[in-house]
Design a protein around this ligand. Structure first.
Ligand code: HEM
Length: 133
């Protein structure tokens, strides 16, 4: 229920609408959504790679860039080296460290919105993959 205007103190407003320390932190690489909460020191508020969180940051990871223009799923024009770096970090950092919690629409749907029948979930045998994934 919405509190009355007079009761909407700054503290109450903050508690309702500000990011909470105990909320999970998600980010996607190559359309795979990882729960990176355990890497709070990298991705949390005020942390160096916070800008990568909350979106598909594939291009930024490939180029080691935090430039807002690179914080996108788009890999157009990346060099072979950057693509190799992307795959290395994807496998050796993200898949190794962080549980997969989902996939972006781009990864599971075709451009017309129909299901991508070639979609295969990523293997992550060292984590307990939930049945519904
Ligand atoms: C002066 C520049 C930089 C330095 C000295 C640096 C240093 C480091 C170090 C030491 C780690 C490993 C930390 C650990 O495993 O405990 C790391 C991880 C990482 N760095 Fe950087 N970094 C720099 C710039 C960048 C930039 C510009 C990006 C942009 C994407 C980036 C992305 C990452 C990522 C994604 C990880 C993996 C974090 C994880 O384990 O979840 N770094 N960096």
């Amino acid at each position: 229920m919405h509190p009355s205007r007079s009761r909407c103190t700054t503290a109450l407003f903050g508690s309702l609408f500000s990011p909470q320390e105990d909320q999970p932190i998600y980010m996607a690489v190559k359309g795979v959504v990882f729960d990176v909460t355990s890497g709070k020191e990298f991705y949390g508020r005020g942390a160096p790679y916070n800008a990568l969180a909350g979106k598909d940051s594939t291009r930024g990871v490939a180029k080691m860039s935090l430039d807002p223009a690179d914080l996108t799923h788009d890999t157009t024009g990346l060099t072979a080296e950057e693509l190799k770096a992307l795959d290395d970090v994807f496998t050796k950092v993200y898949k190794a460290k962080y549980p997969i919690v989902g996939y972006t629409a781009r990864r599971i749907l075709n451009e017309d919105g129909s299901p991508n029948l070639d979609f295969k979930p990523e293997d992550q045998p060292h984590f307990d993959i939930k049945d519904e994934l």
